[in-house]
Design a protein around this ligand. Sequence first.
Ligand code: XMP
Ligand code: MG
Length: 185
Amino acid sequence: MDSADISADLQHVLLTEEELLNRIQILADQIQADYEDEEILLVGVLKGAVMVMADLVRSLRTHKVEMDWMAVSSYGSGTTSSGVVRILKDLDTHIEGRHVIVVEDILDSGLTLTWLLKNLGSRHPKSIEVFTLLRKPEAMKVPVEAKYVGFDIPNEFVVGYGLDYAQKYRNLRCVGTLAPHVYEN
Ligand code: XMP
Ligand code: MG
């Protein structure tokens, strides 16, 4: 759906579909240059990274790329991350000796990714990097080094392009903030 389909629920559009896709293509070209002819494994973090992954992987001009998925849930209350993470779905593949890029929708406090990088790092990949579409620098509690960052955004709750509020709005083509009335229901 487009912003026009839910204009009453949207407060403002932060990033249009065009801006998102253009930026992803630039980062894909960068990845292509960095890894040259090497095999890459993209590890998407469900469910938020589904859209980013779909567009990123199609923007790469190589067949030497595979996708795998992890689902994690962070213990703790509601919208804040605690850093204690539980694996709901692990990778199907072994990553030992492989070039891994973790693909995330958003880097907020950094707690989830810190845990994930430690977990994946212990499996002895050849290399491990982070691709995140969005990053909230003001929300960062632990520093996470992300090599590929789409956009730095203000410390506001955003939805769309894979990001949800109560599992809804993931299918919005753009990224935006929700009107206050949505949260009152
Ligand atoms: P941390 O704080 O550990 O958590 O970096 C990152 C995860 O928290 C979720 N998250 C959001 N989801 N809009 C969302 O829909 C947001 O603005 C937002 N900020 C954080 C998300 O699941 C991410 O992987
Ligand atoms: Mg996520």
